[in-house]
Design a protein around this ligand. Structure first.
Ligand code: ATP
Length: 288
């Protein structure tokens, strides 16, 4: 068996708390809802799971609280085959949560970042060796910008390719724009990035929903796949995890983008972010 490419993901780890209700409470009101369920989430963890299922040797750097959700999420990541030695379990702070109220097909979401704000420069510094040994590093913006900036400098110093998924969008420091090998905005993030830093366009891989992806350097579109989409939650995360793994294996940008389009097209046919993420063999047989 050939060695798996090493993909290091630095980012958020959340528990999604989903409650379904017909009636959304007004201020001061209590209502009876219908059902409740928890799902592992957070862009960092989602992308790590995608990369692991798609053939990456994935290492995660992040933080959870030393509480029930934190322990559950760590165990879940390990079950997916992800190395969690870079995930801190922090006392006195809660694990990140997203409370999602689903009502009549609409979502209202409150994110409490909790331990994700404990992903700091000193934490990342402890794992410099892990970053140095990586074939690729993947980061998003649900953690503070200072460690993202620090990782960007490390990636340059060690010559490690870096994918920055600018979601949720924030204006990026110069060091991140310089250090990123690729930036992966979706269409709305690309509009904001265009206003902030148009000169970085050569590095963009812009996801354009069912249409696929635009490789801005050559202004080429790698078309997506026509499928019956059931739930597009996490399509972007599947795309990023897939892209990182394929690029780390040494594929060309076009091939990696095609593979990532296929992986995301499979993911949107199932409910949930992580539940819908395909395994490598499924993508390969879809592409045959
Ligand atoms: P999300 O926020 O829903 O996770 P996003 O806005 O970050 O997604 P999109 O550009 O919507 O990102 O989707 C990412 C990728 O997923 C696309 O480039 C495409 O490959 C795939 N994709 C998304 N929606 C569809 C769809 N309806 N049919 C097929 N493929 C899709």
């Amino acid at each position: 068996m050939t060695k798996k490419p090493v993909v290091t993901v630095i980012g958020s780890i959340n528990m999604d708390l989903t409650v379904s209700t017909k009636v959304v409470p007004r201020q001061g009101e209590t209502v009876m809802g219908d059902s409740f369920a928890t799902f592992p989430g957070g862009k960092g963890a989602n992308q790590a799971v995608a990369a692991a299922r798609l053939g990456g040797d994935v290492r995660m750097i992040g933080a959870v609280g030393s509480d029930v959700f934190g322990n559950d999420l760590l165990e879940h990541l390990r079950r997916e085959g992800i190395d969690t030695s870079g995930v801190a379990s922090v006392d006195g702070v809660s694990t990140g949560t997203a409370t999602i109220i689903v009502s009549n097909g609409d979502n209202r979401i409150i994110v409490a970042p909790g331990a994700n704000h404990e992903v700091t420069v000193p934490l990342v510094e402890r794992f410099e060796e892990m970053i140095k040994e990586s074939d690729i590093v993947l980061v998003q913006l649900e953690i503070p910008l200072s460690p993202v900036e620090y990782v960007s400098k490390l990636a340059v110093d060690h010559g490690v390719p870096l994918i920055v998924n600018p979601a949720p969008y924030q204006t990026l420091p110069e060091a991140v724009l310089r250090g990123a090998t690729y930036l992966t905005p979706n269409e709305s993030e690309a509009t904001l990035l265009e206003a902030d830093s148009p000169s970085t366009k050569e590095k963009w891989i812009t996801t354009i929903g069912s249409a696929g992806v635009r490789l801005n350097k050559d202004d080429v579109i790698v078309p997506g796949y026509l499928v019956d989409a059931v739930d597009t939650t996490g399509a972007g995360d599947t795309f990023n995890g897939a892209l990182a793994t394929k690029l780390a294996k040494g594929s060309s940008l076009e091939d990696a983008a095609q593979f990532a389009n296929a992986a995301s097209a499979l993911s949107v046919q199932k409910l949930g972010a992580q539940q819908g993420m395909p395994h490598q063999e499924e993508v390969e047989s879809f592409l045959k």
